[in-house]
Design a protein around this ligand. Structure first.
Ligand SMILES: [Cu+2]
Length: 160
């Protein structure tokens, strides 16, 4: 009985949905850098994009790293990118990331990368990765996001 309760509360931490996570297993999310999942299908990803993350915790935060390795294996393959985003239960806030601005020498159309989300939850530090290929197709995201006044402080934080 007691054991069953423990298992239940340990399930469902967070999930990276855009780009899609390599795989999802609550019990493996503690494993860096990518929850123990191997390289997966790459998602086309615009230079300025928003990560979509579902939080199953009412109080949590995340930060991000990126790897330009073709098949990153360890945490040292990743470099930190972006600031800390606070999450509540449900979807974490949409924050546009300008990857090309941050890595102008590396982010070009056709370049492969792996995005890593490091989720700081009451259960501990958790990991998801999404494999992507950058594309320069026109992004309407930046303009629409910039029109939302409430997002401006976060935009300035991440695009500076
Ligand atoms: Cu959790």
């Amino acid at each position: 009985m007691f054991k069953a309760i423990l298992v239940t509360t340990a399930l469902a931490h967070f999930k990276l949905t855009n780009p899609p996570t390599r795989g999802f297993d609550d019990l493996k999310e503690f494993t860096a850098p990518c929850s123990g999942f191997p390289l997966s299908t790459r998602t086309p990803f615009q230079f300025v994009s928003t990560l979509s993350i579902t939080s199953y915790h009412s109080t949590a935060s995340y930060n991000t790293s990126i790897s330009f390795s073709q098949d990153p294996q360890t945490q040292s393959d990743f470099v930190p990118w972006g600031g800390v985003v606070q999450c509540t239960l449900g979807n974490c806030p949409d924050v546009p990331f300008d990857f090309q601005k941050a890595f102008p020498d590396k982010v070009k159309t056709g370049v492969n990368a792996t995005l890593q989300v490091i989720f700081n939850s009451p259960d501990g530090i958790l990991y998801n990765c999404g494999d992507i290929t950058f594309t320069d197709s026109a992004s309407s995201l930046t303009n629409s996001a910039l029109k939302h006044f409430s997002l401006l402080p976060l935009v300035l934080l991440f695009v500076q």
